[in-house]
Write a protein that binds this ligand. Structure first.
Ligand code: ATP
Length: 296
């Protein structure tokens, strides 16, 4: 009976529930720092990141129901560059993002970071090198400071503020009733969509991870907020390996590489110019239909 109250055991049970409940990517990423439940493979080493070059090699993946969601997916996200994933809904873009922190493992193939197979490194070392920004971020019960510090629990107050400044969040934070100590979440102040996004970006910046995964889920922001969010994102993306599920045309056009997905496969890849130059290419067709914003 005593064992049941052992804090470690209670935490382990909580993790089971959290992981079981985390059916969507957003929730999974918010528990990036919970100690992974599954044991690492024997002899797993800590991931060592130099360039943060990510190679996806012949990935085959299916969720529980067995239907192939990724089929022979290979591409490289070069270190320090931005790779945009585009393609119709259901093509497999989020699934690729889910495989990087190993929320799921592929059935076949491998992901290598700077040449190291991520299946063979410790999950905690892998996840330490990854930050995630969703454009529909979740804020936890707690203060603004807590919400930013969640990106790296040992960050100092000065580091939290520095990240907030870089994310263009500092000014609206100090204008809140208790500044950084203002409560947010269900029982706290209500922040606008753009403000929440900037907190999410500050959270990623304080984490200071070399790999940034970005989910640009379409969200309606007023023009001013949009401009601030874009500036904050530009700061966050600089010098990092970014893989972005892109919805904004500007993100796609500015990406170093665009990977166009369809039905779990890579239809084509290249820069905006090279893909637009392909007669009858999927990307060119989608662009010419001007559906790039809505459908990509
Ligand atoms: P969207 O732009 O709509 O998010 P996507 O390109 O990101 O689409 P994924 O979310 O990767 O596509 O989904 C690929 C396929 O896998 C879809 O058919 C989807 O229904 C399925 N799928 C996604 N998540 C799960 C899950 N947790 N369990 C079972 N099937 C899933």
């Amino acid at each position: 009976l005593l064992m049941a109250y052992d804090p470690a055991r209670r935490l382990a049970r909580l993790q089971v529930r959290v992981e079981a409940a985390a059916t969507n990517a957003r929730m999974l990423y918010e528990i990036l720092d919970i100690e992974p439940l599954q044991r690492d493979t024997d002899g797993a080493k800590a991931l060592e990141v130099t360039q943060a070059r990510i190679e996806f090699r012949d990935l085959v993946f299916a969720y529980g129901n067995g239907r192939r969601v990724l089929d022979a997916v290979s591409f490289v996200a070069e270190g320090g560059m931005t790779t945009a994933l585009v393609g119709p809904s259901g093509a497999g873009k989020s699934t690729i993002l889910n495989l990087i922190p190993r929320f799921y493992d592929p059935e076949q193939g491998a992901i290598l970071i700077d040449g190291q197979d991520i299946a063979k490194v410790t999950k905690s070392s892998l996840r330490r090198h990854i930050a995630y920004v969703s454009q529909q971020p979740h804020l936890f019960e707690g203060t603004i400071r807590d919400n930013i510090r969640y990106g790296r629990p040992d960050a100092t107050d000065a580091e939290v503020e520095e990240a907030a400044k870089m994310a263009y969040a500092h000014d609206f934070i100090v204008a809140q009733p208790q500044g950084y100590d203002t409560a947010v979440g269900e029982n706290g102040v209500t922040l606008s969509g753009g403000q929440r996004q900037r907190l999410s970006i500050a959270r990623a910046l304080v984490r200071n991870a070399p790999i940034l995964l970005l989910d640009e889920a379409t969200s309606a922001l007023d023009t001013e907020s949009e401009a601030f969010v874009q500036k904050a994102l530009d700061t966050a993306m600089t010098g990092r390996t970014v893989i972005v599920i892109a919805h904004r045309l500007s993100t796609v056009v500015n990406a170093d590489k665009i990977v166009v997905m369809q039905d779990g496969r890579i239809a084509e890849e290249g820069t905006h110019e090279s893909l637009m130059g392909r007669e009858n290419g999927l990307y060119a067709r989608l662009n010419n239909l001007q559906t790039v914003r809505a459908d990509i």
